[in-house]
Write a protein that binds this ligand. Structure first.
Ligand SMILES: [Zn+2]
Length: 698
């Protein structure tokens, strides 16, 4: 029995999956799905949902689920065998998707469904599925003929090969680099648990690498400037001609841009940004550029102030007369410690992973009236675990599959993906199964893993994505959040959840000191919140730099040479950056978001969605203020709920999370907030509401 060929209502036995199961399963499921598409395209079929769409979903859902499982394994337990078969299947999958997208007969069936008189009586989710499908058919080139049609298929196939190779190069270049140190003094300043994790088992040697749990603490804490320089340079030149040549992504970047430009021209759009914005909340590249420049204009004076302060501090306190990029994280951490008198390491002692996770579950339960319970799983690795989520009646709403620790052969970063979608059948409800993956430092010895506050924010962020799928009430997979919400609004729930990591009432539930079990002390919390907007100017212009670079390399009729790409980056930096990296820095070469992920011409969406999420969170702040006033007027002491307002939570669940992609994000936002989004809350939360930055209190 092939464990990848289980029915949709069975949970996958991950532990039983071997690389040799993959090709037979995918090939069989592809065959079934192909046959179903051809049957659904029969013009003699009745133009109804049940005659055309239901059998199509029945056949394609198992394919997409299995492919999601395979993709997940490829990302979290990568091996040469797995990667080979994944890459081999990837081209078949891409070919299939391209074939469906170009299936004129199927396109005509969707048009028939759209024109059928009964269409206007359908549930909103079904109408939305048809409308989005018609749009996507056009975007995937169904109306192309002859030569253009053939070329379009080639371009699509090459694009997915290029992006997979780009990701492989970044992973390999990261994994290939290590530095062995036999003098522990070189690690002076680096937190003990990090040093312990780098130590070889039976030798007085420490092996450094470029994975986040090693790279970040070394850059932040290592007093050895040469060591920081070495790691910084290795990291900044990954997958470029400045690093190990076999992983150089230069040509792949050129190919990606050229293929994207060609794709856009074939489909009749001005450029790749124009094409991508067809499915976004933002209307045009110019609107995005204007939005980013407006944000840069507000943030740059703050960024300049941040840098002046940092330089002065580095010179006076650290003896660094010529602050270099590899000093920024270190000097910033020292400045943060001196100004706010706490270090991330001190904070980390309060955030043990079990406590944070149970606190997160608690927050979700309070806000959204659901329950999360640990449940058993036959996982892909000992780190994998699962929770089931239940509504107030106890019904299962879905499953969350967690894999939180960094390890070799696991892709870096944090992300959420859907294994199985919610779907309403004639004979019942299929619940969603969602992956939540992070790369936190694993536990050392018998102590629990300690998370930085940034890690906690990451976990909350990803949980917001997960909730978007888990709390869905959308009956059709084609209108689910991950399939149908506009790209630039998809970060609304995730960035919204981050705000709770700054709430006193929430932090009480999230913290217990690893040795004393004490919750986070109030004075430390106050220093943390004072530090929250530390260097927010510099951070904002950095995000704007990435976003502006992204949109400006994607709004050309033709591709760009790598030299032109680097020149564009320099021009963007001239405009918005306050600190210039060295000339050998090759940031684009490992910018997987743009070249191996879906963020090409879409990186701005993080900031765009921050406007939405900050504004949405403001509704919870307003509820807390109202509750405080009511309690005060009644002469009562206020409870400890703060922004964890269940009524507002219920409205957020109903108007934003539960509706997924059934309606445009702008409508969902308006239904929740009662008006269009405003930038004010974001600027206020980032400490940038004044036109001129106020002087900093030393
Ligand atoms: Zn996200």
């Amino acid at each position: 029995m092939n464990p990848l060929l289980v029915s949709m209502d069975t949970l996958v036995d991950y532990a039983a999956i071997k690389p040799e199961h993959i090709a037979p399963a995918i090939e069989q499921l592809l065959q079934t799905a192909r046959a179903a598409v051809d049957r659904a395209a029969n013009p003699a079929l009745e133009a109804s949902w049940d005659a055309i769409i239901t059998p199509l979903d029945d056949a394609s859902e198992p394919l997409w689920r299995t492919w999601s499982v395979v993709g997940h394994l490829n990302s979290v337990v990568n091996s040469p065998e797995l990667r080979d078969v994944y890459n081999a299947m990837l081209s078949q999958i891409t070919e299939f998707s391209t074939w469906v997208g170009l299936h004129a007969g199927l396109y005509q069936q969707y048009q028939r469904l759209h024109q059928t008189p009964a269409f206007h009586t359908w549930p909103p989710a079904r109408k939305r599925v048809i409308e989005l499908a018609l749009r996507d058919f056009k975007l995937s080139g169904v109306e192309l003929q002859g030569q253009a049609r053939t070329r379009y298929a080639e371009v699509s196939d090459q694009q997915s090969q290029v992006s997979q190779k780009f990701a492989d190069n970044v992973l390999d270049a990261t994994d290939a680099w290590s530095l062995v140190i036999d003098d522990i003094k070189r690690l002076d300043g680096v937190p003990e648990d990090v040093v312990a994790s780098l130590k070889e088992t039976d030798a007085q040697r420490w092996t450094l690498n470029l994975k986040m749990p090693c790279y970040l603490p070394v850059m932040q804490y290592a007093r050895d400037r040469d060591l920081r320089h070495t790691l910084y340079k290795a990291y900044a030149t990954r997958a470029s001609e400045q690093g190990a040549h076999e992983f150089d992504n230069s040509t792949l970047i050129e190919q990606a841009l050229s293929l994207r430009a060609e794709e856009s021209t074939l489909l009749g759009f001005k450029h790749f940004a124009d094409l991508r914005l067809q499915t976004r909340m933002a209307d045009s590249d110019q609107e995005v550029i204007d939005f980013l420049r407006q944000l840069a204009q507000r943030a740059k004076p703050y960024a300049e102030r941040d840098l002046v302060e940092l330089k002065a501090f580095a010179q006076q306190e650290l003896g660094l007369d010529d602050l270099q990029p590899w000093d920024i994280a270190f000097a910033s951490e020292c400045l943060r410690e001196s100004r706010y008198a706490y270090s991330e390491d001190e904070v980390k002692q309060y955030f043990t992973e079990p406590r944070v996770l149970s606190g997160l579950f608690d927050v979700v339960q309070t806000l959204f009236n659901v329950t999360l319970k640990d449940c058993a799983i036959s996982g892909w690795h000992a780190d994998a675990r699962a929770a089931s989520i239940h509504n107030a009646k106890g019904d299962i709403l879905g499953y969350l599959l967690l894999d939180l620790y960094a390890r070799p052969a696991k892709q870096g970063g944090a992300w959420v993906d859907s294994e199985r979608n919610r779907r309403k059948h004639l004979n019942g409800l299929q619940t969603p199964i969602i992956y939540l993956t992070c790369n936190f430092a694993r536990p050392q010895g018998d102590r629990p893993a300690l998370l930085t506050h940034d890690d906690v924010i990451t976990l909350f962020h990803e949980s917001g994505h997960a909730l978007h799928a888990l709390l869905s009430e959308v009956d059709e997979p084609g209108a689910s959040a991950f399939s149908a919400v506009e790209w630039d609004a998809i970060e609304l729930p995730s960035q919204f959840m981050e705000n709770f990591c700054w709430e006193w009432s929430v932090l009480q539930r999230l913290t217990a000191h690893v040795d004393t079990q004490e919750p986070l002390p109030r004075d430390l919390y106050e220093r943390m919140t004072a530090a929250r907007n530390f260097q927010s100017g510099m951070q904002t212009v950095r995000q704007v730099e990435f976003s502006l670079f992204d949109i400006l390399i994607h709004n050309h009729r033709q591709g760009l040479s790598i030299a032109e790409v680097l020149t564009q980056l320099d021009q963007v930096r001239d405009e918005v950056a306050v600190m210039r990296p060295p000339s050998w820095h090759r940031f684009p070469h490992s910018f997987s978001h743009l070249f191996a992920g879906g963020y090409g011409a879409g990186y701005y969406s993080y900031k765009w969605a921050e406007v939405l999420s900050a504004d949405a969170f403001e509704a919870f702040e307003e509820a807390a203020t109202r509750a405080a006033k009511t309690a005060h007027a009644a002469g009562q002491t206020l409870g400890t709920a703060g922004a964890l307002d269940a009524l507002t939570g219920e409205r957020f669940k109903q108007e934003v999370l539960a509706v997924g992609g059934v309606r445009p994000a702008a409508e969902s936002f308006k239904a929740f907030r009662g008006r269009a989004p405003r930038m004010d809350a974001l600027l206020r939360h980032s400490g940038m509401s004044d036109a001129v930055p106020p002087a900093v209190n030393q």
